[in-house]
Design a binder for this molecule. Sequence first.
Ligand code: SF4
Length: 358
Amino acid sequence: MRRETKEIRMGNLLIGGDNPISIQSMCTTNTADVMATVGQIRQLENVGCEVVRLAVPDGDACDALPEILKQVNIPVVADIHFDYRLALASLKAGVHGLRINPGNIGGEQNVREVVSAAKDLGVPIRIGVNGGSLDKKWLDKHGLSATALVESALEHVGLLEKFGFYQTKISVKASDVSLMVDSYRLLSQRVDYPLHLGVTEAGDDFAGLIKSGIGIGALLLDGIGDTIRVSLTASPVKEVYAAKEILKSLGLRKGLQIVSCPTCGRTKIDLIDLATKVKNALTPFEEFDLKVAVMGCVVNGPQEAKEADYGVAGGIGEGLIFAKGKIVKKVHESKLLSELVALIEQKEGIDFGINEVK
Ligand code: SF4
C-alpha cells in the first residue's frame, strides 16, 4: 500500500498524494548551451521523462534558463549549490522547482530569501541530502548512517518550515543501497512530505541499473516514493527507460512489457536476435498495456509464458504464435515476428504501421 504523502505542485505536474510516481532525470549538457540542453530535454520528454533537473552552477547557466524554459514542456528543476543568488535568479527565470541544500547556501538569511521567493511563485523545493556530502556535524554525531542522513534532512526541512514553507520534497540518497533504503524507510516514518528516490553514484548502465533496481524497487514495494531517478553514468535517456521498467515491473505503471526466457538446451533458434527484433518492432508503442513473451522452445514456451497476452515460441525452422498460453498458429521461423505483430494489431485494434516486419 502506498504511503500517504502531501501533494505538491511542480509546474503542470502534481507530486505526492495519490498521483502517479513520476520519473525524473538530469541533463548532462552544459546548461549555458541552450541548443544542446533543449535538445537533450526534448529527447528525454520523448521517452517519457516527466521532470528534468539542470545544474545551475553560474550566471551563464542562469542566463540560459528563460530560453530553455520557453522551448520545453516538462517541469525544469534548477540544481543549486553554494550561491543563493543563483537560486533567486533561477526562480526569476521561471524554473518550476529548486533543488538546494540549505546548509551550503550561506546562512539563514539567504535561505529565508530563497524560500520567500519560492513561496511567492508557488515553486517547490527539494531538500537533497547525500551520503557523500553529509554535514560533518551529523557525521560526528551519528557516523555515516540512516539517522545522520535523516536528521540532516529534517534540520533543513525544519528551517523551511520556520519560514512558513511546506512545498517540500525530500531525498536522502546514498551510494550504498542498504544505507539508502534504511534512510528512506526512517524518513518516511518521520514526515509526510513527498520523497524523491534514488541511489546516487550508482555506476554505469550495468551496476547502476542493478543497484537502482534494488534500492528504488525495495522502497516502492514498501509503498515509499513519489518520484524516482535512476542515476547512471550513461545517457540520461537510459535513466528514463530504466525508471519506466522499474515502475512497470512493480505494476505501478501501465505499458508494454516484453518478457523473454533465458534459453536453455531446448532452444533451437537465435532467441537473442528474435527478442531484439520484437523489442524494436513494439517499443514505439510502449504505451499499450500489453505483455508480450519471446520464448525459446515450442514445448514449454507457451505454457511458461501463459501470463503473457501474446507471444512467440521458436522451434526448428518454425515456431508458434500464442495468446494467453493458447497456441494460435504455427508459422515459418521467418514469419514469427510479422505474424506476431499482425495478431496483436488485429486483436487489439492497433495499427503499428509496420508494413514489412522482418
Ligand atoms: Fe528452455 Fe523453453 Fe523454458 Fe526457454 S521456454 S527456458 S527454451 S524450456
